[in-house]
Ligand binder design. Structure first.
Ligand code: 6PG
Length: 251
């Protein structure tokens, strides 16, 4: 597994560099396999990517008709709820670009049971990738954020989802949030061709130091579970988030 660290001066540069990455991976995937599948992340940091991607600087360079969008995780709320990752992505990106509706695969949250909706989403993913039981999808790109506790997607420290090594999508009850989530599993994320973490701000510096330079303790810092088996891993961070790191990373 190739792991790279790029330190950006600020969030704006992080947005531009992540948009460049998205464009180049999308164009490469469409040219070689006719489609580009990506799992978006929730939270605030990916908005820097979205705002660049929907701008005239990048949107015209993306083959939107061959881009297929999933979510790496979702809060178990209605799609019109302020906390919905789907709502955020539509508002900050998908409603602003010419992506066909049929290319967008939101996590269902309407059955009133996160486990049932997770199973439903798992079947959607299986069908898209024509997978047999036990097989994992190979997304072209998984976009991730990281919390101050080192969580990523909805893989939170010491939660049940961390133990699921065979599924693709699982529900996960997060006690400290008293909230149900739906998330890709570590196994599914680690099959991706490319995984990029977008991490910004001083509040992430301590966790990022632990994840990148601390002992391997993924149950405490689940971002450490992300180790693509055959893919590439990039930590795209700003200088505030990187301020406790020993490694300087690339510029
Ligand atoms: C979510 C995300 C979550 C997020 C981190 C970082 O649904 O909230 O998937 O894993 O990426 O909490 O969020 P920020 O980018 O807002 O700091």
């Amino acid at each position: 597994m190739e792991r790279r660290l790029i330190v950006c001066d600020n969030l704006d540069e992080l947005g531009r560099r992540s948009a460049e990455l998205f464009v180049s991976l999308a164009r490469e995937a469409v040219a070689s396999q006719g489609r580009f599948s990506v799992a978006l992340s929730g939270g605030d940091t990916p908005k820097a990517l979205h705002s660049q991607l929907q701008s005239d600087a990048y949107a015209p360079r993306v083959p939107w008709s061959d881009v297929y969008v999933f979510w790496g995780d979702e809060r178990y709320v209605p799609h019109d709820h302020p906390d919905s990752n789907y709502k955020m992505a539509r508002a900050t990106l998908l409603d602003q670009v010419p992506i066909p509706e049929e290319n967008i695969f939101p996590v269902p949250t309407g059955m009133g049971d996160a486990e049932l909706d997770a199973d439903q989403y798992q079947e959607t993913v299986r069908s898209f990738y024509s997978l047999n039981e036990g097989e994992q999808p190979q997304l072209d790109l998984v976009v991730l954020g990281m919390g101050e506790d080192g969580h990523t997607a909805s893989l939170f420290p010491d939660t049940a989802a961390l133990k699921n090594s065979s599924g693709i999508v699982v529900s996960n009850y997060v006690e400290k949030l008293d909230a149900h989530r739906v998330t890709f599993t570590v196994s599914a994320i680690n099959q991706a061709s490319f995984v990029v973490f977008l991490i910004s701000g001083a509040s992430k510096a301590s966790a990022l130091k632990e994840v990148l330079e601390g002992p391997h303790q993924p149950n405490r810092f689940p971002s450490q579970f992300v180790q693509p088996e055959n893919g590439k891993l990039l930590f795209l961070v700003d200088s505030e988030a990187a301020r406790e790191l020993t490694a300087m990373g690339e510029r």
